[in-house]
Design a protein around this ligand. Structure first.
Ligand SMILES: C[S@@+](CC[C@H](N)C(=O)[O-])C[C@H]1O[C@@H](n2cnc3c(N)ncnc32)[C@H](O)[C@@H]1O
Length: 245
């Protein structure tokens, strides 16, 4: 894959899972460079349609919200509201903690927690985490994120309905596929159901859907026009526009 936006490999250690961002059993992280590239492709598509930032964003399989939190910390100046849901309510507490880092209050609280760890254990890793947290505070100075919402939801069973606005600008998700997380669904075809239910919250002229998966899952659906398909290491991702009559 050729990176169009994140053309230079940077050091993303400030965003490492478990450093300032929280992690826990059952949650996964995501390559930051790739997340930023995909998100900027989504911004580019929306801008080319005349839809200006800031944008609403939703991850229907959010896990611990690592992807959304890094998106918000890197591109908070282009985002207005962040929605996150997952079928596994156990991970949603981590999602809430991570997404709290998108506000000055949440990041301040995390810094105080890290300072307490430094007082208690005097470890180099905690001192480094505090330096990272200070740097991330700088990122927040330009943020336009005004709303964050986290809720439990099975995206293969129904659309989120009133939990979400009628039309979200960007739906982005890293589908379940690995050893840690697999689809949990009563449907025999969870991927098709996923497309059906996110479709209801997308508007033709002002929305895009970005789906990241392993290379086995077939990223296509009759209600969507695929406008980008790329391979990145063990993953593939596709960006779609909803087809609306
Ligand atoms: C690869 S992880 C996503 C990780 C997330 N993007 C992050 O950055 O932390 C996939 C997630 O899909 C969730 N999942 C599985 N089946 C689901 C369903 N039917 N509806 C919603 N989420 C589901 C799993 O619980 C898991 O948290």
């Amino acid at each position: 894959m050729i990176y169009r936006y994140e053309t230079v490999q940077k050091n993303y250690e400030d965003l490492a899972s478990g450093r300032v961002l929280y992690n826990a059993h059952g949650t996964t992280s995501f390559p930051v460079r790739l997340a930023s590239e995909i998100l900027q492709r989504c911004f580019g598509i929306l801008e080319s349609k005349g839809v200006k930032a800031p944008y609403s964003i939703y991850d229907p399989c959010c896990g611990g919200a690592y992807l959304l939190t890094t998106a918000g910390l890197l591109h908070g100046d282009k985002l207005s509201s962040v929605y996150a849901s997952d079928i596994n309510s156990d991970v949603l507490q981590i999602a809430e903690q991570n997404l709290s880092l998108l506000s000055a209050g949440g990041l301040h609280q995390r810094k105080e927690q890290i300072k307490e760890y430094i007082r208690l254990y005097d470890k180099a890793s905690h001192k480094e985490a505090l330096i990272s947290a200070d740097k991330l505070s700088g990122n927040l100075s330009l943020t336009s994120i005004g709303k964050v919402s986290v809720f439990p939801h099975d995206i293969t069973n129904a659309s989120p309905g009133s939990e979400l606005p009628h039309a979200v600008n960007i739906v982005i998700t890293d589908l379940p596929y690995g050893d840690i997380v697999t689809w949990k669904s009563e449907s025999e075809n969870p991927l098709t159901e996923f497309f059906e239910h996110v479709y209801e919250h997308l508007a033709a002229a002002q929305s895009v859907l970005a789906v990241i998966a392993d290379k086995k899952q077939k990223l296509q659906h009759e209600k969507f026009k695929r406008i980008d398909l790329s391979k990145a290491g063990k993953r593939q991702f596709a960006i779609f526009e909803p087809i609306k009559s």
